[in-house]
Design a protein around this ligand. Structure first.
Ligand code: C5J
Length: 234
């Protein structure tokens, strides 16, 4: 069992029943010329989460943990895109319009892809979602339950939109979730802190919040203990 310092209290998890969830680390949100910038955002703020998330991803892979990635986006014919989502706001480019990395938030386009540093590898499912939440109109729940997953470690962008929507969906489905604060990013620093405060308030009403270093330490300790028990040199 791994034990991670977190707020509002220690988060305990076993490596074989816990998945690392990487939410929407797509070029469309993180790089200039994508959907995020089309909404008027300073996308450079999101890049800060990529480095810590890379370390967490590497450690989770080495520890044999299950990893799932998500991507927000739509079919090329936009048949799964509600008018309400496309038409809201006054952005010069809308979902489906041509941007410098391809059509915004359209599956298969370059901008829709996950950044190279965090690219999925064989055995890591990629869940394509048409909405903000990872569970809405996807097979996320089935994928996690088929693996016996009970707890989730969340990273991704953006904190107050797709990450927290997914955390809330996960919570209602009976999963325990911790969000790694330095591995999630927002275009609005004040939204990031409020969103995370809401998760851990009231005794952890939606889940836990921790730091990547706390997760890495918990993982190292658990792997060392496990190796000790099986007689493998630590
Ligand atoms: C947004 C997301 N912000 N992945 N999507 O529209 O958070």
């Amino acid at each position: 069992m791994a034990r991670m310092n977190a707020e509002p209290y220690e988060f305990e998890f076993s490596l074989d029943k816990t998945a690392l969830v990487m939410i929407d680390f797509q070029r469309d949100f993180v790089y200039p010329g994508g959907f995020g910038e089309s909404l008027g955002n300073d996308v450079s703020l999101l890049l800060a989460a990529v480095g810590p998330a890379e370390l967490v991803l590497k450690a989770a892979r080495e520890a044999g943990m299950f990893v799932v990635h998500t991507r927000e986006g739509h079919r090329a014919d936009l048949s799964d895109l509600p008018d309400s989502k496309r038409d809201r706001g006054d952005a010069p480019l809308k979902i489906g319009d041509q941007g410098s990395m391809g059509r915004l938030l359209v599956r298969g386009e370059y901008g829709h892809g996950i950044v190279d540093e965090l690219a999925p590898i064989a055995g890591e499912p990629v869940v394509d979602k048409p909405g903000k939440g990872a569970f809405y109109a996807t097979d996320m729940d089935t994928i996690l339950r088929m693996r016996g997953i009970e707890k989730l470690i969340f990273t991704g962008v953006t904190t107050e939109v797709c990450v927290t929507t997914s955390v809330r969906e996960a919570n209602d489905r009976g999963f325990d979730a911790v969000v790694l604060e330095d591995c999630v990013g927002s275009y609005f620093p004040e939204f990031q802190s409020s969103a995370l405060a809401m998760i851990k308030a009231q005794g952890g009403i939606f889940g836990w919040v921790g730091q990547s270093q706390q997760f890495l330490t918990a993982l190292e300790d658990a792997v060392r203990e496990g190796a000790g028990r099986t007689g493998v040199a630590s």
